[in-house]
Design a protein around this ligand. Structure first.
Ligand SMILES: NC(=O)c1ccc[n+]([C@@H]2O[C@H](COP(=O)([O-])OP(=O)(O)OC[C@H]3O[C@@H](n4cnc5c(N)ncnc54)[C@H](O)[C@@H]3O)[C@@H](O)[C@H]2O)c1
Length: 278
């Protein structure tokens, strides 16, 4: 993979949750390309292993770890293994997150005929999405920042979303949860500023991945009306490619490039968040 610019992350250890997924596997590869040793954490060990193996084949250093970001004791055990096996934990990317059909309505606007309406959403569905995005950011931060605070600092990058700026229809839990991730990013940036830990977030626009493809394409691959609306609201008129997030990620991870950047939520969205619709 070619990276857009070349920060020097040699000697750094980067931990990435959800590292087996579509976006974070690209992040893991880019961090390794810049010299970091990468700990790829994922609920799915085979997914994490395949990403770590790909990095090693290209000459980088990476190891895979099965880890549920909602289980603090698993995170602590993985942190101790990462520190023993890779030599530390300087960078944390909180990538695990996402939406669920359990917290998604069928209709954009309230009508009486909606098959699964706002009123059918369950506390369990909402909690699933809240926990994955909010606790799934909070708990790894508690576990890894505790070590960063003792070792002189570090860098944390959370993954927010366009939903955090203005909610998208149909996915109220995900929208509210990602707004929480942006807010928590600012809180953490303030809290840890004196400990040398910078905390920022990237807010991806629209990238086609496993978790949103059912909303974006019919089973036969035809774009849904939602896809047409998204593209019409994206001034650049297309979906992003995962590689297009890498420049923002590396900028935020590189202590030389962004040493005074703390608490920002950086949109990478083809202009979606800037466009008023007119
Ligand atoms: N795809 C987009 O357009 C888009 C836009 C904005 C934000 N995001 C965010 O980007 C991040 C990555 O999303 P993606 O699109 O690559 O999704 P993805 O589904 O491809 O990847 C998510 C990964 O997280 C892992 N995971 C899920 N639950 C976990 C848990 N409890 N513990 C550990 N790992 C877990 C999954 O196994 C998967 O490998 C998410 O936070 C998502 O909300 C995505």
């Amino acid at each position: 993979m070619s990276v857009p610019f070349e920060p020097n992350l040699k000697g750094k250890v980067a931990v990435i949750t959800g590292g087996g997924g579509v976006l974070c596997s690209v992040f893991a590869g880019a961090l390794a390309e810049c010299g970091a040793s990468v700990a790829v954490l994922d609920l799915s060990l085979p997914a994490a292993e395949s990403v770590a193996a790909g990095i090693r084949e290209r000459g980088g250093t990476a190891a895979a770890y099965a880890c549920n970001v909602l289980k603090k004791e698993e995170l602590i055990a993985v942190r101790d293994r990462v520190c023993a096996e890779l030599g530390g934990a300087d960078i944390l990317i909180n990538g695990a997150g996402g939406n669920s059909p359990k917290a998604t309505t069928d209709c954009e606007y309230y009508t009486e005929n909606c098959e699964k309406s706002f009123f059918d959403l369950t506390p369990e569905g909402f909690s699933f999405v809240f926990d994955l995005n909010i606790l799934g950011t909070l708990l790894p931060t508690q576990v890894f920042a505790e070590r960063m605070a003792c070792t002189g600092g570090g860098c944390i990058v959370n993954v927010s979303s366009m939903n955090a700026f203005r909610p998208l229809t149909k996915i109220p839990a995900y929208s509210a949860a990602k707004a929480g991730v942006s807010n928590l990013t600012m809180w953490l940036a303030t809290h840890f500023a004196g400990a040398g830990i910078r905390v920022n977030a990237i807010a991806p626009g629209f990238f086609v991945t496993k978790q949103n493809k059912d909303l974006l394409f019919d089973k036969d691959g035809t774009p849904t009306p939602r896809t047409h609306k998204i593209l019409a609201a994206t001034p650049m008129g297309r979906f992003g490619k995962p590689e297009e997030l890498v420049g923002a990620l590396l900028f935020l991870c590189d202590g030389n490039a962004s040493s005074f950047v703390n608490g920002v939520v950086l949109p990478v969205d083809g202009g979606f968040s800037a466009y008023s619709g007119v």
